[in-house]
Design a protein around this ligand. Structure first.
Ligand code: GDP
Ligand code: IMO
Ligand code: MG
Length: 428
């Protein structure tokens, strides 16, 4: 009946894919609103483990239409590859089910090459990007020299634009970064084929979303990355180049705020981060290693080990404010089973001064001056993966969730106790 936004509340990989998959049972349209194939959203259901990069996480439900929205950046090679893999599983990925906004921007191999070259040039100060071309393609979009998906409606003209763009990027690659040029002609020919394949999926995404909302349907807006990777509100410059926050759903899909009924912030029961940048509650000791192993904390997209640490409540308060969260989805509670003591940052302190909110927007230098203040609580030993109700959880686990609710001032309406669709305690 309205728009529901699912947004990452930390540094990405919070479990957005599995939350969207579960909620999509009640949705009509599932729409990705930002990022590109830097995202990796895992859905474990119906005997499949899907690792989705561009296709929305509602794809397992035949009744759901999936939209890749205007705010997304699309590597057509990756999209075609992902569609083929899904078709092999027997899923319908035809143009009536899977739609691509004509306003989404196209990632070229030269964007990827530039991403890699800029990372290499930064040396020690590298951001640790996924090297998927995300920064360069959004830069071209903002500079108004990008190629939009709608151009694929005319494969010949599209191929000419691709060739021209690669030639321009080649100038940068060779003259500034001393890299070899890419074969513009061969890439243009390849992209001609992608255009033929993807053109039937093109749509006016805002019209699709607008009509669904106007006729009382439920639109589930799927965010990629997370609040602290947001270009404006994250830990700049260690961020991605899009708007993962809830506001990004409105600009990335093209609808207005009055339709938004729920904004669900997805958070792990602890914290992880891939790539470089500040992470005050990071654990570099045996506990961090244990979280990494128990939680399978290796990147879905790049396979890199994720940095792990304690839950950071000032981050969740910050995410609640920036996104206007109505509730929290807490995933991976099962990963904490067996830890004797659980710690969480409850505030930050600087020279006796305290703040309840993560000071992300103040920048790296200011952030470095603030220290997390911890509280510690007893853990639980029991395996909780079969819990279906909150009352099935050990008392200490119930108390952990309740404390989070009290500290953030929001209800936890989803608790993940395992990766599978049914391994969740859902209260709404
Ligand atoms: P996303 O990018 O936010 O969609 O998250 P990812 O899929 O990159 O990373 C989340 C990982 O945790 C995936 O491997 C999921 O299958 C897994 N996962 C999600 N929720 C739970 C949970 O409640 N318990 C456990 N053990 N794993 C989970
Ligand atoms: P999902 O949607 C976690 C991180 C990268 C790097 C920074 C910039 O699966 O949660 P980029 O390639 O975007 O220019 O890299 O952002 N990053 C993610 N970290 N989950 C993601 O997506 C991410 N997408 C990008 O590791 O630190
Ligand atoms: Mg991920």
């Amino acid at each position: 009946m309205a728009a529901i936004i699912v947004v990452g509340a930390q540094w990405g990989d919070e479990g957005k894919g599995r939350v969207v998959d579960r909620l999509a049972a009640q949705a009509d349209l599932v729409a990705r609103y930002n990022g590109g194939d830097n995202a990796g959203h895992t859905v474990v259901a119906e005997g499949h483990t899907l690792r989705l990069h561009l296709v929305p996480s509602g794809i397992l439900y035949p009744h759901v239409t999936c939209l890749i929205g205007a705010g997304v950046v699309v590597n057509p090679a990756r999209l075609v590859q992902e569609m083929d893999a899904l078709a092999e599983l027997g899923l319908d990925i035809g143009p009536r089910r899977l739609k691509l906004s004509a306003a989404a921007h196209i990632i070229l191999p030269s964007h990827q090459a530039l991403d890699g070259a800029r990372e290499a040039a930064r040396g020690q100060a590298a951001l640790g990007t996924t090297r998927r071309g995300i920064g360069p393609v959004y830069a071209d979009k903002a500079a108004r020299v990008g190629i939009r998906a709608g151009a694929m409606a005319d494969p010949e003209a599209f191929a000419r634009s691709v060739r021209h763009a690669i030639e321009t990027h080649n100038d940068l690659l060779t003259s500034i970064y001393s890299q070899p040029p890419l074969d513009a002609q061969a890439i243009a020919a390849e992209f001609h084929e992608y255009a033929r394949r993807l053109a039937p999926h093109l749509t006016d995404g805002s019209a699709l979303v607008g009509e669904a909302l106007a006729t009382g349907r439920t639109v589930l807006c799927e965010g990629a990355q997370g609040t602290l990777l947001d270009l404006d509100h994250g830990t700049y410059p260690f961020v991605t180049s899009s708007s993962p926050v809830a506001g990004g759903a409105l600009t990335g899909l093209g609808f207005g705020p009055a339709y938004v009924e729920r904004v669900i912030g997805v958070a792990k029961a602890y914290t992880t981060r891939v790539g470089a940048g500040p992470f005050p509650t990071e654990l570099t000791d045996a506990v961090g290693q244990r979280l990494r192993e128990a939680g399978g904390e290796y990147g879905t997209t790049t396979g890199r080990p994720r940095r792990c640490g304690w839950l950071d409540l000032p981050i969740l308060r910050y995410a609640a404010r920036v996104n206007g969260l109505t509730e929290l989805a807490l995933t991976k509670l099962d990963v904490l089973s067996g830890l004797e003591v659980l710690k969480a940052a409850v505030a930050y302190e600087r020279n006796g001064e305290r703040t309840q909110y993560f000071p992300a927007e103040l920048g790296m230098e200011a952030l470095a001056l603030w220290r997390p203040v911890y509280e510690q609580w007893p853990g639980w030993a029991e395996d909780i993966r079969d819990a279906h109700r909150r009352s099935d959880l050990p008392t200490a686990a119930q108390a952990y969730v309740t404390r989070i609710e009290e500290q953030i001032g929001l209800p936890v309406t989803f608790i993940g106790v395992g990766p599978e669709r049914e391994q969740a305690i859902v209260s709404q």
